[in-house]
Design a protein around this ligand. Structure first.
Ligand SMILES: Cc1cc2nc3c(=O)[nH]c(=O)nc-3n(C[C@H](O)[C@H](O)[C@H](O)COP(=O)(O)OP(=O)(O)OC[C@H]3O[C@@H](n4cnc5c(N)ncnc54)[C@H](O)[C@@H]3O)c2cc1C
Length: 304
């Protein structure tokens, strides 16, 4: 029996564990991936918005987190696959057959990038599918590329690529781009960027590498093909809640509903970080939520 079991070792889960450890709680973190860090592995941009600390990218920030994690005394199991969770009983069954029990459970499973779900998307991974404008732009310099999406991430990546690519085509399903004004203004001054709104990419085409995308515009009878060598998809994220979404309240987009103490609708089950925060999915929000959950759990377990 553990005091606390935390599911997920991204910034939110690690911060919760760090605080729980400091507060003297017997804490176990379960992480399905080989390494801790969650989305930090995909942050190639500089992190300039974490108060008091700057990092060149997610990996550098993670190195700092890892130093503190190593020094702490909580248990951390990576590559751990969970078969099922009974939130009310606070019982977790692992794929290995082992059963775990705790007084509190903290859900810190974060979000994953939404996929387009069209032919070619998976087949061309590493063969023209661009992971990040920051990381990959030198690789695609001088090539025509397509970016799918209309939010901040899509437009920011289109701008980054436009600095090195002859043409960038931005394809967005909606009527209007959703990105912040500053990005849209920059976009309008970049003549190499073409924007197709009310349009979808229906296929990614090529032989060994990406050679074209098929685009369907809303009122057009037929799709057309556009020759490109790279495709970057930024169409948002979805919360990782498959394990327990039936057992607690989620909002219309599937995010776990919590109160100001990070409590879910199930007693002694908490949620922290992006999985419960569609409004401000950031590292500082995630680590702050972890501190709140740990303090609340400690106050419930420690007799006054
Ligand atoms: C490209 C990019 C750039 C960003 N730039 C910034 C920035 O500059 N500043 C900023 O503040 N934020 C930035 N962010 C956002 C920031 O990375 C996230 O807000 C933060 O990582 C959220 O932390 P989290 O722990 O809630 O979730 P995640 O980081 O998503 O971690 C969740 C963890 O849970 C694990 N997990 C999921 N399901 C299970 C399961 N069933 N069992 C066990 N483990 C599970 C996952 O493997 C993962 O390790 C950026 C994100 C991206 C993608």
């Amino acid at each position: 029996m553990h005091d606390v079991i935390i599911i997920g070792a991204g910034p939110a889960g690690l911060s919760t564990a760090y605080w729980c450890d400091e507060l003297g709680l017997d804490t176990l973190v379960l992480e399905q991936a080989e390494e801790i860090g969650g989305q930090l592995h995909r942050v190639y941009n500089p992190i300039n918005n974490y108060l008091g600390l700057k990092a060149r990218n997610g990996e550098e920030l993670l190195e700092r987190f890892a130093a503190d994690v190593d020094a702490a005394e909580f248990d951390l199991w990576t590559q751990t696959s969970i078969s099922s969770v009974d939130l009310r009983a606070r019982r977790i069954l692992l794929a290995s057959g082992e059963e775990l029990q705790s007084i509190a459970i903290v859900i810190a499973t974060g979000v994953r990038a939404r996929e387009l779900g069209v032919p070619g998307e998976k087949e061309f991974a590493g063969k023209g599918m661009i992971k990040s404008g920051t990381r990959d732009r030198e690789l695609f310099a001088g090539q025509d590329v397509c970016v799918v999406g209309g939010g901040d991430a899509a437009v920011e990546n289109a701008l980054l690529l436009a600095a090195v690519c002859p043409t960038v085509t931005l394809v967005h399903r909606g009527k209007k781009l959703r990105a912040r004004r500053e990005f849209i203004e920059q976009l309008q001054s970049m003549h190499c960027i073409t924007v197709f709104t009310e349009s979808v990419v229906t296929r990614i085409i090529g032989d060994e590498q990406v050679e074209a995308v098929e685009i369907k515009r809303k009122h057009a009878l037929k799709p057309f093909q556009l020759a490109v060598r790279g495709v970057l998809i930024r169409i948002g994220v979805e919360p990782n809640t498959e394990l327990f979404s039936e057992q607690l309240e989620t909002d219309e987009r599937g995010y776990v509903v919590v109160n100001s103490q990070q409590e879910t609708t199930v007693p002694m089950v908490f949620a922290v970080g992006d999985v419960s925060n569609p409004v401000a999915p950031t590292i500082s929000s995630a680590t702050g939520a972890g501190a709140t959950a740990a303090k609340v759990i400690a106050s419930r377990l420690t007799p006054r």
